[in-house]
Design a binder for this molecule. Structure first.
Ligand code: NAD
Length: 276
């Protein structure tokens, strides 16, 4: 197998859809042996099967990233199938939208468990394996621009991603001893199921509760809101995120502990609206 990631084994958590699926497909096309993952074996296998149908290499493994024993089984599956683990992509993520004063405790805990504790377990277990192998490795945490800013209705998501950014720096410092690079890729708005879910929650909320007298009547967004806020004037694509992840996975960059924003200029744009 040839390609930029030939000879490497990679796990991509949450790769049954969206950004994770795009990364898994691209890594496999670049010659990596890929382990796809989801909480459902059926959904993980659907991505793996379609990668194999394209003539590339993938197996599926079911695991909930918020359960350490399941993450250990995921890493074991990669090593027993392909003999090593070189790249760990902690991509699985969820959101819950509610005003902070109404945020249910269980939703706060669920988002933190999946988005922050999940990558901690993923990095800990993968890092241990990479240290044992003695050949370095790359860990890529999929963060968000929301890890660097406040946005109404998204306290657990934004806290999880802000925590993930600094977890990335801490892991980079500690795992450098084993030549394991740790970086975060922080996307802006990408068209995926998570993006769709945010729209639906907004529509549901608008039907149930009149928020028109609140300082933040809207928790969701429409395409036009994003275009108005993004200098590049469009959403990003899963293929573009996969390009960034491939560069990080190659490991030929002297970068560790970085948070790379791929956001069409969102964070750079101080004005905040093109005033359409
Ligand atoms: P998505 O909903 O399409 O994909 C999320 C994936 O995670 C799915 O495969 C889902 O099955 C999986 N998943 C959820 N909980 C899991 C768990 N406990 N264990 C294992 N798998 C689990 O969403 P997406 O937009 O592709 O999001 C992927 C990552 O990108 C997330 O971390 C998200 O926060 C981040 N992100 C997305 C955007 C965007 O605009 N779409 C922007 C910034 C960051």
């Amino acid at each position: 197998m040839t390609g930029r990631l030939a000879g490497k084994t990679a796990i991509v958590t949450g790769s049954s859809s969206g950004i994770g699926e795009g990364i898994a497909r691209r890594f496999a096309a670049e010659g990596a042996s890929v382990v796809t993952n989801s909480r459902s074996m059926e959904r993980a296998e659907a991505t793996a099967e379609s990668i194999r149908d394209s003539g590339n290499t993938a197996v599926a493994a079911e695991a909930d990233v918020s359960e350490k024993a399941e993450v250990e089984a995921l890493v074991d599956a990669a090593v027993s199938e392909f003999g090593s683990l070189d790249v760990m992509v902690n991509n699985a993520g969820i959101s819950h939208i509610d005003p902070v004063l109404e945020m249910p405790e269980e939703e706060w805990r669920r988002v933190i468990d999946v988005n922050l504790t999940g990558p901690f377990f993923g990095s800990q277990v993968a890092g241990e394996r990479m240290a044992e192998q003695g050949d370095g490795g790359q860990i890529i945490n999929i963060s968000s621009i929301f890890g660097s800013i406040g946005v109404q209705g998204r306290a657990p998501y934004n806290a999880s991603k802000g925590g993930l950014n600094n977890l990335t720096r801490n892991l980079a410092v500690e795992l450098a001893e084993y030549d394991v690079g740790v970086n975060a890729l922080a996307p802006g708005f990408i068209k995926t199921a998570l993006d769709e879910q945010t729209r639906e929650e907004k529509e549901g909320e608008d039907e149930d509760v009149d928020r028109s007298d609140r300082p933040w009547p809207r928790y969701g967004y429409e395409d036009g809101d994003i275009r108005d806020r993004v200098p590049l004037d469009r959403f990003g694509s899963t293929e573009e995120m996969a390009n960034c992840a491939t560069f990080l996975a190659e490991g030929d960059h002297y970068m560790t502990g970085e948070v790379i924003h791929a956001d069409g200029g969102w964070l750079a744009f101080g004005w905040g609206s093109k005033g359409r």
